[in-house]
Design a protein around this ligand. Structure first.
Ligand SMILES: Cc1ncc(COP(=O)(O)O)c(C=O)c1O
Length: 401
């Protein structure tokens, strides 16, 4: 199809031009003596994206799933108890991965559309007087349902109870897009992937690990080899890698981190909030509801939109793609067919998003949903106009041309 790709899935996200150019480089010598001058400052700057001064960054050639595996295999032993909640496909998959690694997962099932149940976590942790729970898992942003959880509240209850469990956080679809504070929230391992807020192609699991979690590797008996922190530490500290690193991706990461720090994390969070709010205005103008049940759960990176009974959300997604070359996220697992998802993260602005909302309206109307043409787009437009940065262009107006 001519024109640009219209990617409104919640990852992979658009890769900015500067990042694409940085990746398009000649192959390099991964043992070149000047490589540490590139990698060491890069890792220091990646830490800033996690808002961490104390943590250590690890970048594995993998995707977010590899990051989950690295997090648990480096800190836990077979049979260890972990506390986790399941409220979407990704929180479910992390639990599944833990179970396949022979961890004893205490699962709290939560209706899809809600997030991490802090009160239930408090009860379970308070009951655990013997300290059997070794790690608490939090999926910060459940991409399947568009729900964001309160990581700081989980930290607070661990502190209030003086519970020693590690706090392991899936930040795959939150980090570098919505507020995340590794050190302030006392997160022990934060897992991210390259293809969402970092605006890179898929292919890197990016982790930040606290000193406490690093120390846990000495006792952790789960099998690990490729994802062993130990091997990474031995070589990373000098600026090198235990196996062939994806250097072109690391060049891209340099460009991405420069863009992120150049825009400023707070500005990025505000931009994502504003873009998301425009989408939410559109959804309400369509007369539809989000899967996220309450505003406190609303995600600023992805909106899962419920379709009325009798309609198939996945058919809307397929039609949008085949007819208009427009990609939205399918409903996954328990919500398959019941929702479709609009990803609004990464290298994105309001005009791009309006084209996605416009295409969503067209596809929904094509499928027979009773959506008034232009209603959602108009609601988002008005919100974006009302919240646009003031521009003084009096000088430009005074010019002849
Ligand atoms: C919240 C969350 N966690 C984990 C993953 C898994 O990451 P990956 O597909 O990069 O392995 C995803 C993927 O979309 C995700 O959204």
């Amino acid at each position: 199809m001519p024109g640009t790709t219209s990617l409104f899935i919640p990852g992979p996200t658009n890769v900015p031009h500067a990042v694409r150019q940085a990746i398009d480089c000649a192959m390099e010598d991964q043992r070149a003596p000047d490589l540490p001058a590139f990698t060491l400052p890069l890792y220091e700057d990646v830490k800033k994206v996690f808002k961490s001064a104390q943590g250590q960054v690890f970048v594995f050639p993998a995707s977010g799933t590899g990051g989950w595996e690295a997090a648990i295999t480096n800190t836990l032993s077979p049979g260890d108890k972990v506390l986790a909640s399941r409220f979407g496909q990704f929180s479910h998959l992390w639990i599944d991965l833990c179970e396949r690694h022979a961890l004893d997962v205490e699962i709290v099932d939560v209706p899809w559309g809600e997030g991490t149940p802090v009160e239930t976590y408090a009860e379970r942790l308070a009951a655990d007087t013997a300290g059997k729970i070794k790690a608490v898992l939090v999926c910060h942003n459940e991409t399947a349902t568009g729900v964001t959880s309160d990581v700081a509240a989980v930290r607070k209850l661990l502190d209030d109870l003086d519970h020693p469990a590690l706090l392991l956080v899936d930040g795959v679809s939150s980090i570098a897009s919505i507020d995340f504070r590794m050190d302030e929230w006392g997160v022990d391992i934060a897992v991210s992937g390259s293809q969402k807020g970092f605006m890179l192609p898929a292919g890197m699991a990016i982790l930040c690990v606290s000193e406490k979690a690093l120390a846990a590797r000495r006792e952790a008996r789960l099998h690990r080899c490729y994802f062993d922190f130990e091997d990474m530490i031995k070589t990373n500290d000098g600026g090198f890698f235990p196996y062939t690193p994806p250097l072109h991706m690391l060049r891209g990461l340099r460009a991405s981190v420069d863009l992120l720090l150049g825009e400023g994390l707070e500005n990025i969070f505000a931009r994502h909030h504003r873009l998301a709010e425009g989408v939410r205005r559109a959804v309400s103008a369509w007369g539809l509801d989000l899967c996220a049940k309450e505003p406190k759960w609303y995600s600023d990176t992805v909106s899962a939109i419920k379709v009325p009974d009798g309609f198939d959300g996945n058919a809307i997604v397929k039609l949008a793609y085949l007819r208009y070359g427009l990609s939205f996220g399918l409903g996954l697992s328990e919500v398959a067919g019941k929702v479709f998802r609009i990803g609004h993260l990464g290298d994105l602005n309001e005009i791009m998003l309006l084209s996605g909302l416009s295409g969503a309206e067209m596809a929904m109307r094509d499928m027979g949903l009773p959506i008034e043409a232009g209603s959602g787009v108009a609601a988002a437009q008005e919100y974006y106009r009302a919240t646009a940065k003031p521009v003084d262009f009096s000088r430009e107006l005074a010019l002849a041309v």
